[in-house]
Unconditional design. Structure first.
Length: 326
């Protein structure tokens, strides 16, 4: 009997694959999905009987698996030695890779698990060779798209993700991608994607000082309702850009606040090319967040709309200046 009762994991493709591996290795089928902020803000109860994947290290847990540079730095600030934490931390392309390597030494997995981990590496690190490579349909991308689908309740999504984990334990991604329910969700996501492209087209801009159009800015602060956008889609409009940043207001209980959330990542144009760009370092130097070289995010508290607008303008200018100097 497993000493663990639950697997608490990130609600994205990497988190789902990580949970599938843990579930197979530990015999735990109770899965809880959440985001990093819920763990960082201690909004979710986690105990020594829980396994945590692809999320910040909580105050307490049984096993912890992660690969984010920012979460490692958080441990260091708390004077916690990551090697002393049960589980494993490693700076890999995906948490799934960390989990897989940890348990692979203890026993054999079904052959298709290696393929799932390879897909998680590419998808989570956005490690494509070109725009065309990114847009090429693969079983992993199809399943990833069904996870990103927004037009449903949280309860329905969590039910789908739990079933997806059960399927991942039994069959390879190419079989899962052809299941009727998965194909239906994928078609629904494609419709959402068209709407996202229209939204991005309305809200995309470049800073006046960015004469080479290196940094795409998606400014969603004008919206009174929570916008649904995947920022990478902006590269379809501006394929030569080197990076994209999304800035939006934080919503709490569906109410818009003056606080800002920024999310930035590098283009596939920089994959396989020697460069010194580090998005996570920019967020850390600005003291608003963290991340790794290819992607980072941060938040800023603002007491009024005027302060929010000033902070947005200042931060975007500073981010571009630092990005250009790297």
């Amino acid at each position: 009997m497993s000493p663990y009762q639950r697997i608490i994991t990130h609600n994205d493709f990497d988190g789902v694959v990580s949970a599938a591996i843990c579930s197979q290795a530990l015999g735990v089928d109770f899965i809880v999905f959440t985001g990093p902020r819920s763990v960082s803000d201690a909004r979710i109860s986690i105990t020594a009987k829980d396994v945590v994947c692809d999320l910040p290290y909580p105050l307490e847990c049984g096993l912890w698996f992660d690969h984010h540079q920012g979460n490692l730095e958080d441990l260091q600030l708390r004077k916690i030695d990551p090697t002393a934490v049960d589980g494993r931390f490693d700076l890999k392309d995906s948490c799934a890779r960390v989990v897989y390597e940890h348990f692979a030494a203890q026993g054999k997995f079904p052959a298709h698990f290696a393929e799932m981990v390879d897909e998680a590496d590419v998808i989570d690190a956005f490690n494509y060779q070109s725009i065309e490579d990114w847009r090429r349909e693969t079983p992993g991308k199809i399943v990833d798209a069904t996870i990103k689908l927004q037009a449903e309740s949280s309860d329905k999504k969590w039910l789908y993700l739990r079933n997806l984990i059960l399927q991942m334990k039994k069959r390879p991604l190419h079989e899962i991608s052809q299941m009727p329910g998965v194909k239906q969700r994928y078609k629904a996501f494609q419709e959402e994607e068209k709407q996202m492209m229209e939204q991005i087209h309305q809200d995309v801009t470049f800073l006046p000082e960015d004469d080479q159009r290196q940094l795409i800015v998606i400014d969603l602060t004008r919206h009174s309702r929570r916008p649904n956008v995947l920022k990478h889609l902006a590269y379809l409009l501006y394929p030569e850009a080197l990076s994209v940043i999304e800035v939006k207001n934080i919503f709490r209980n569906e109410s818009k606040t003056n606080d800002l959330a920024l999310s930035m990542s590098l283009s596939v144009n920089l994959n396989g090319v020697e460069h010194h760009k580090d998005v996570g370092e920019i967020m850390r130097l600005l003291n608003i967040g963290s991340g790794h070289a290819g992607a980072g995010s941060g938040t800023v508290s603002c007491t009024s709309k005027d302060e929010m607008l000033r902070s947005k303008q200042r931060l975007l200018g500073e981010i571009f200046s630092m990005f250009k100097q790297q």
